[in-house]
Design a protein around this ligand. Structure first.
Ligand SMILES: [Fe+2]
Ligand SMILES: [Fe+2]
Length: 510
């Protein structure tokens, strides 16, 4: 017999060609996968397929610990993580030497761990282990195939194929890890930003996260069952992530709003109310003094006899009436000072109070209620006057200016735009730019509904009571009827019971 190797048959060549073709396709598909878990699954699936093995395992090198770990070693039982020291066993040796290990009789191989077979009842008959080498030749992991399907040993061709697949898998894995690191970085940065917003105004604590939970829940419901008005709207995992980040950051611009305006609980600031209260105290003291002076004047000529008695009684009645009137005026002012959720009137009486004066200790005649106080107390909705409202509204522009500084990845590039429009209305009269409905994407329309819902139902804030779910939905429905909100998306919000998601989330304290 001569030592020459017979040339491969035509069949073998066709088969090999097909496998190489398949390898190229696999490399392409692995390169497109950015999710580490799905990628690991994909690599295993393809590895098993390419070398026609019964089972496959993948071990990733943990350089810090000089170990290899695997979460999805097929057939080793359990779902937990397996760790192997570098250089130990077949897998550890393969990683250390960065070379293929092909064993056709494992039970005669000293480094083969028979205990796993004993524990699982599996019988290992052949093992092919190949390192996953990146372009620089560094070992990122190890692929291990068990039991060639036809019962024979793994061939030299299998070695070559598994090594080639390992190379593609290593590059794909490195990219996926990088992608995961970038995501973690973004996640950390977003959490830090949310912390910064909520540190400014603890009464709205949890708002950003709740809006994110509600928004994503509705977007998922839309994807599952799109309403006819949005029949082409679907949100991929990447879209949902983008939407979640946009929702978490939608109010970040509040860091640019003065804190006293941000947390303003009533129509007058505390120091303004204290000043007004002081004027009322002066007015009360003045009533007392006037009554006493009149009494003294009446008593001087005759003492308590005669008409002086009647004058004193009259003074007491007059004093009581004036005090009661001041008390009643003060009660009215305190009532006006409280903000209202819904538009309210009845402030005309404040104009009458503007005509009232009192005399101070220096004998100067002063107004009881100033014009700026009257204007603030006459605010018909909420607690903010026009300039404060504009300042609060500027948070949207601050949010946008902040978000557009960030070099978002392609998948997240729409975050600034989605967040920028969260106070716009479909009627075209929202803020800050009053953009028309056609420019408001479904993502923002959903977020706006979630934002208003949370503002209405969140736990009591100093300036408003928490509304029950039904009442909040009524208010949203009224706004939708007026054309401000997207009726179809509000319907999805209601029908999907998105608000129940808040109860499942750990941050919710309600
Ligand atoms: Fe906002
Ligand atoms: Fe908000």
């Amino acid at each position: 017999m001569s030592g020459t190797i017979p040339p491969p048959s035509a069949n073998a060549l066709v088969r090999r060609n097909a496998k190489l073709q398949r390898l190229l396709e696999v490399a392409k598909s692995l390169g497109a996968e950015k999710n580490v878990d799905r990628l690991l699954d994909g690599i295993l699936h393809h590895a098993k397929d390419v070398v026609e093995a019964d089972r496959c395992s993948l071990f990733v090198v943990d350089r810090d610990k000089s170990e290899l770990w695997s979460k999805i070693a097929q057939g080793i039982g359990g779902g937990g993580e397996i760790r192997v020291p570098m250089g130990k066993g077949i897998v550890g040796r393969c990683a250390q030497t960065r070379s293929v290990i092909n064993i056709d009789d494992p039970y005669n191989e000293p480094s083969f761990n028979q205990e796993i077979d004993k524990a699982t009842g599996y019988r290992t008959t052949s093992i092919l282990t190949a390192p996953m080498l990146d372009v620089n030749g560094a070992c990122l992991g190890v692929l291990q195939a068990l039991n060639k399907k036809n019962g024979a040993a793994f061939t030299a061709e299998d070695e070559e194929l598994l090594l080639a697949l390992g190379g593609s898998a290593a590059v794909a894995l490195e990219n996926a890890f990088l992608h995961r690191d970038i995501e973690k970085l973004f996640d950390g940065f977003i959490r830090a930003s949310v912390y910064a917003i909520e540190a400014r105004d603890p009464t709205t604590s949890g708002h950003s996260e709740r809006v994110a939970v509600l928004t994503v829940a509705v977007a998922q419901a839309v994807t599952h069952t799109p309403p006819p008005e949005h029949k082409d709207v679907r949100f991929s995992d990447d879209d949902l992530k983008e939407l979640r980040f946009a929702a978490l950051l939608h109010d970040f611009g509040k860091v640019g709003v003065r804190e006293n305006v941000l947390v303003k609980a009533n129509k007058l600031y505390e120091h303004e109310l204290a000043l007004l209260r002081e004027r009322f105290e002066h007015a009360r003291a003045r009533v007392d003094i006037e009554a006493l002076l009149r009494k003294v004047a009446a008593l001087e000529p005759h003492g308590l006899a005669g008409p002086a008695r009647d004058v004193c009684a009259e003074c007491d009645r007059e004093r009581a009436r004036a005090m009661a009137e001041l008390d009643e005026m003060w009660a009215f002012i305190e009532k006006c000072n409280r903000p209202t959720v819904l538009e309210e009137g009845g402030f005309e009486r404040l104009a009458e109070l503007r005509t009232r004066h009192f005399t101070n200790g220096r004998g100067e005649e002063l107004e009881l209620l100033t014009e700026p106080e009257r204007l603030n107390l006459s605010i018909t909705r909420g607690s903010l006057n026009q300039s404060e409202r504009l300042e609060i509204e500027s948070h949207v522009t601050h949010t946008y200016q902040f978000l557009r500084q960030i070099p978002w990845t392609r998948d997240l590039r729409r975050i600034p735009d989605i967040a920028y429009k969260h106070h716009e209305k479909l009627t075209g009269d929202g803020y800050p730019r009053a953009v028309p409905a056609v420019e408001i994407p479904p993502q923002t329309r959903i977020m706006t509904i979630a934002d208003i819902y949370d503002a209405l139902t969140a736990k009591d804030r100093p300036y408003k009571k928490a509304l029950p779910h039904e009442k909040a939905v009524d208010i949203l429905a009224t706004e939708a009827k007026k054309g401000m909100l997207d009726t179809a998306l509000l319907q999805v919000f209601i029908e999907s019971q998105a608000h129940k998601k808040l109860l499942e989330t750990s941050f919710w304290e309600g």
